[in-house]
Design a protein around this ligand. Structure first.
Ligand SMILES: Nc1ncnc2c1ncn2[C@@H]1O[C@H](COP(=O)(O)OP(=O)(O)OP(=O)(O)O)[C@@H](O)[C@H]1O
Ligand SMILES: [Mg+2]
Length: 371
């Protein structure tokens, strides 16, 4: 297995489509890194640059510390599994997995050993003589991964490999890929636009937008300390609520905007009091809005009156779409009581979990934002 390093990589398609820009990332040997971001943000292009299927416009790619910009794909020894992993329909599972090795003229015994080992790892030993059309979606997906495993590549690249599967199977395959990663100790770069998949699978996440890295970190770090409004809104479901306003002085420093005023929490008071007058966005996650009264110490939460617009019972909790001042927010509250639409409820904002972003740059206002 190997490290993969991208250094200030840029990819321009045609004259002026900047697909990837100033992309720097070092993937450790054996690490599972997930690239996540909305459609068109450059995830697939980044993988293709690592695999050598595209040339970089600028910057450098290193595999195992060695410059790889000029290495053709076959000499990089990197396996890529795509969303559309077209298996050969006329070949059985065994031959599908063996095919690549056969082309590379591996000895028959070596091919057989590798195919059987991969089948064992993936739990598809019993399916070796089936044709792809005789397999379920999840089984086909396993065969596609098997084709990559038999090559014993330096690193695996996965480009949304689960997006053709139904929800239940995705969750199952997610766990299986996690186990596979543990078992092979392999370096893996995994692309998805699904933030739940990203959060649950990656050792580290790379959040991308418009070809650029927004933030790199372990999942919980991105959740707790998003570097900007985009990451804050992208990680977490339902999304963080945002209120637009400014920092004012109201006794102590306070946020005022969208028809409400909230005191600045004690933990952020020192660092924010210097920013009074600044136009900011306040961010609060749905899970940090609860029914009042909250059992917090004074100064840690603030009660807010809200009008219920939509009630979505989830069973274990309820999602409330509420009007607070001029803003519509989502709150994840306890399953009981269930309020009526148009009812006015009293909710508590957990102030220790509030985020602030600059309204112009959208960068998080504090490097040491709430934990
Ligand atoms: N071969 C190409 N020629 C020209 N432009 C391309 C080409 N491939 C991708 N692009 C453009 O580069 C940008 C990044 O595309 P890319 O496929 O890397 O995005 P992505 O993050 O994988 O998106 P998705 O989630 O939809 O797969 C897009 O604007 C896309 O239109
Ligand atoms: Mg893509």
């Amino acid at each position: 297995m190997a490290t993969v390093t991208l250094q200030n990589v840029r990819k321009i398609y045609g004259r002026n489509t900047i697909a990837v820009d100033d992309f720097s990332l070092h993937v450790e040997d054996g690490e599972f890194v997930v690239l996540v971001g909305p459609s068109g943000c450059g995830k697939s292009t980044t993988l293709r640059l690592v695999a050598g299927l595209e040339d970089v416009t600028a910057g450098n790619v290193y595999i195992d510390g060695k410059p790889a910009n000029d290495l053709p794909p076959r000499d990089r020894n990197i396996a890529m599994v795509f969303q559309n992993y077209a298996l050969y329909p006329h070949m059985d599972v065994y031959r599908n997995m063996a095919f690549g090795l056969k082309l590379r003229k591996f000895p028959k015994e070596e091919i057989d050993a590798r195919v059987r080992e991969a089948a064992d790892v993936l739990g598809i030993e019993d399916l070796l003589d089936r044709k792809p059309k005789e397999l379920s979606g999840g089984q086909r997906q396993r065969v596609a991964v098997g084709r990559a495993i038999v090559r014993k590549p330096k690193a695996f690249l996965f480009d949304e490999p689960l997006s053709n599967l139904d929800a239940a199977l995705r969750v199952q395959m997610r766990t299986e890929l996690g186990k596979l990663h543990a078992r092979l100790g392999a370096t893996m770069i995994y692309v998805t636009h699904d933030q739940v998949e990203a959060m649950t699978m990656g050792d580290r996440l790379v959040v991308m937008r418009d070809g650029r890295i927004q933030q790199i970190g372990v999942p919980v770090q991105l959740y707790r300390r998003p570097a900007n409004r985009f990451v804050a809104g992208f990680i977490g479901s339902p999304s963080m609520n945002f209120l637009e306003g400014e920092l004012v002085r109201d006794g102590g420093p306070a946020f005022s905007g969208d028809g409400i005023t909230l005191p600045i929490p004690d933990c952020q008071r020192d660092s924010l009091s210097g920013h009074v007058g600044r136009r900011v966005i306040l961010g609060i996650r749905p899970e940090h809005i609860r029914y009042a009264p909250a059992a917090d110490a004074p100064g840690e939460s603030e009660d807010v009156t809200a009008k219920v617009e939509v009630v979505e019972p989830m069973g274990h909790e309820t999602w409330l779409y509420i009007r607070i001042g001029r803003a519509t927010c989502v709150a994840r509250v306890s399953a009981e009581p269930v309020p009526l639409v148009d009812e006015v409820v009293s909710l508590a904002f957990d102030l220790s979990a509030v985020h602030f972003f600059d309204r112009e740059t959208e960068a998080a206002l504090l490097p040491d934002a709430p934990e």
